[in-house]
Design a protein. Structure first.
Lengths: 581, 168
């Protein structure tokens, strides 16, 4: 049913159930918002109406109404920019600012903050309200996420994301009135909760209440230490997003500029996590075939995503035998860098510092896991910095990113295939594994299939049947932890039979990771990054992981057989059950 | 939001909570009634009890804690046998309730909101109890004392101390 209304005296007709905000948008009328967030494609809709910034005047209604959470009714006459509405909005933002540390100049979100932008948009020139400010302690316990709730505006986006989309439930408003904070159960430190550190709360936070742990100064120190060989490795999803903070169009591939920038920053070697993604496929595809041939536990679950790994450790402790035992690619990279590469370079392992540039905040926590250190020298990976942190380092170094010439990765661990690039988006890891499994299982076929497009897309849970050499492989893919929970519940209850499953914690996979440049509340950003990932794949001459010549050499010279003894020692790990709050 | 799929080992045993929850015809909106029941039975909501409720109902522990901290009637600390509530509502306040509160602090050697080391008395201030004609008002458990002045405080405390033997 359509409903006739007018907005600022312009007539329009919108479907029943439309909010005033949506109706205004369809007419090109802008109403400022703060707490509101609608990422429709991943079902993330925050419509809690807490901030009251979007208030509008409606004929016949005594009070102003929040346009984000008021649906239209027939004959409604809405006015969005009357003096009363505009001044109410300004007062609300002034009230928010009166309880906000006004340290914008030194804030992590300076020039990238929704509250700051809103204050500018509304032309706030003075804050008329003087009152006490809420004091809270900063929580930097977690290695991944820093909570500074003095900067919180109680929009509750983090709660909606964590509880409804990710179904982890870390946040809830706790305490009351002026003392309300988005707290954790029993005010526990983040490290002591069942947070997966996916960082999606950081991605949607409008201010600097939630940010990443800053590891850049440690990286600068290492770079400036003449004793250390500092090696950068870059995740697949970085190269399709790093251009955004420098004003390049969303979806621009900047692989060559990224390599060049890392050299200019001072990394001794610039290598590629994609190389290690190919290595992961060698191990994971071998593990899958091993499990199928030897009647092992199926389905096999991908284990590249550290937030997803922590999720299963907390939430499904009886299913810990189904994930692949493969370390995640950047951890494999670290283990090989501190053994094989150290030998090649003729340096001691403890001189090597591995820095992972990741679209991810959970990788920061992962790098601190006990089981991922000690086999080589210290941790496999020393530091993890996010895409956002790298962009900042590039700026700090005064590098003119946009005008950089393309450069190539360094040898030994720099070569990669198209299969490894697609790790950066949902469905990519499993497609990469299937490419190799198809070629291995279908030995007589001179031209095995390479594009398994049935595995691509943005549907939360997808399933597909892939036929290889007469064998039917049932595959499922989930992204977003809520979707993962549904799939795992089905597996636990024995309702579904799959051979292999890919799970990524972040909606849309690593292109939408918690460490990526802020997507500006626009899901199209993630789609364009994913499209760029597939373009990067197509542009590669080699598109199957096992055809990577440097990988072949690594096995010949050092590792021996895929899924063999040495590979197990360096490239595989184990999982442990964790408590749930 | 229910998370029925969570595979969680529910720790501890709280049969009274189980029984009450089972008996509820409508499990929607069960959280606050279940928390009420738990407090009625155990006197306060320990972390273990909150976690138990979280897992039983499939509600995030953060939310249980959020509700527990929102409503002042939920106790997050173990309370004494005798809960002394001094009304600081307007009527009581203007008739000297603050001095009464100070006298209790002095007599019990604790501050407002604290519990005596022997676990006998918890001192709290509350807002209007609706007995302004009797101001200043003090409630100890369910018993109401009206027109209390600081000199009465020792007598009130002694009255309950003398009951300790009976309860034990």
């Amino acid at each position: 049913m359509m409903v006739d209304i007018t907005i600022n005296n312009v007539e329009t007709s919108v479907p029943d159930g439309t909010t005033i905000l949506e109706a205004a948008k369809s007419l090109g009328v802008h109403i400022p918002t703060l707490c509101h967030l609608d990422l429709h494609d991943i079902k993330m809709v925050n419509r809690v109406g807490t901030c009251r910034v979007c208030m509008v005047e409606v004929d016949g209604r005594r009070n102003l109404l929040p346009s984000c959470s008021t649906t239209v009714s027939p004959g409604m006459k809405v006015y969005t920019n009357t003096k009363r509405a505009v001044s109410a909005r300004r007062q609300i933002v002034e009230l928010l600012l009166s309880n906000h540390p006004k340290e914008c100049l030194s804030c992590e979100r300076n020039q990238n903050c929704e509250l700051q932008a809103l204050a500018a948009e509304l032309g706030i020139r003075e804050i008329h309200f003087k009152g006490p400010r809420l004091k809270t302690e900063k929580d930097s316990s977690s290695y991944s996420i820093v909570k500074n709730f003095e900067k919180c505006v109680l929009c509750r986006r983090c709660e909606t994301m964590c509880n409804e989309i990710q179904t982890v439930g870390v946040y809830s408003p706790v305490h009351r009135g002026f003392d309300t904070v988005m707290g954790t159960a029993f005010d526990r430190k983040m490290l002591d909760t069942n947070c997966t550190f996916c960082g999606q709360c950081v991605s949607v936070c409008p201010t600097a209440a939630l940010t990443e742990t800053d590891d850049t100064s440690k990286v600068w120190d290492a770079i400036n230490d003449p004793d250390k060989i500092v090696i950068a490795q870059t995740a697949p999803a970085i190269r399709v997003a790093l251009g955004e903070p420098f004003g390049l169009p969303v979806g621009t591939r900047v692989t060559g500029k990224m390599v060049s920038a890392l050299r200019k920053i001072g990394f001794d070697k610039v290598m590629d996590t994609d190389f290690a993604a190919d290595l992961t496929i060698m191990e994971e595809a071998s593990e899958l075939i091993h499990r199928i041939r030897h009647g092992g536990r199926l389905p096999i679950l991908t284990s590249c995503c550290p937030a997803w790994v922590k999720f299963i450790e907390h939430q499904f402790p009886t299913l810990l035998d189904i994930p692949s035992t493969c370390k995640s690619p950047h951890e494999m990279f670290g283990a090989i860098a501190k053994t094989y590469l150290a030998d090649k370079l003729g340096v001691a392992a403890d001189k090597i510092v591995v820095v992972s540039i990741m679209p991810c905040l959970a990788k920061k926590f992962e790098a601190k896991r006990d089981e991922l250190s000690g086999k080589t020298s210290g941790s496999d990976v020393d530091y993890v910095v996010s895409t956002r942190e790298l962009a900042r380092m590039i700026r700090e170094a005064g590098i003119n990113f946009v005008n950089l010439q393309d450069e190539d990765f360094d040898d030994v661990m720099g070569e990669s295939t198209g299969a490894s690039v697609i790790f950066g988006t949902t469905g990519g890891v499993i497609e990469a594994a299937v490419r190799t499994a198809a070629a291995w299982l279908d030995k007589d076929n001179p031209n095995p299939e390479i594009d398994f497009t049935q595995l691509r897309g943005l549907e939360g849970v997808r399933e597909a049947e892939v036929e290889i050499a007469g064998m039917k492989l049932n595959i499922a893919i989930a992204h977003g932890l809520g979707n993962a929970r549904n799939l795992l519940t089905q597996i636990r209850d024995g309702n579904v039979k799959y051979h292999a499953i890919e799970i990524m914690a972040c909606p849309s996979g690593c292109v939408g990771g918690g460490g990526q440049p802020y997507h500006g509340n626009n899901i199209e950003t993630l789609k364009k990054r994913a499209a760029a990932i597939y373009k990067e794949d197509e542009a590669k001459t080699v598109r199957r992981s096992h055809e990577n010549l440097q990988i072949k050499k690594l096995y010949d010279e050092f590792l021996g057989e895929p899924y063999g003894e040495k590979a197990h020692e360096l490239l595989h790990t184990h999982f442990s059950a964790r408590d749930i709050l | 939001m229910a998370q029925e799929a969570a595979e969680v080992e529910i720790k501890g045993s709280y049969p009274e909570i189980d029984e009450y929850y089972e008996s509820m015809p409508d499990k929607n909106g069960a959280l606050i009634p279940v928390m009420h029941k738990a407090q009625q039975v155990y006197g306060w909501l320990s972390e273990d009890v909150q976690l138990y409720i979280s897992h039983l109902l499939g509600v995030p522990a953060s939310k249980v804690y959020g509700v527990a901290t929102f409503y002042s009637l939920f106790n997050l600390e173990r309370k004494g046998k005798f809960r002394v509530n001094v009304c600081l509502g307007t009527a009581c306040y203007v008739r000297g309730a603050e001095k009464v509160l100070a006298a209790f602090e002095n007599e019990l050697d604790i501050k407002n909101t604290e519990t005596t080391k022997d676990g006998l008395f918890t001192l709290s201030s509350i807002r209007c109890v609706g007995a302004c004609g009797l101001a200043p008002v003090v409630m100890v458990n369910d018993k109401v004392f009206g027109r209390v002045n600081p000199d009465d405080v020792k007598r009130i405390v002694d009255e309950f101390l003398s009951k300790v033997g009976d309860i034990a």
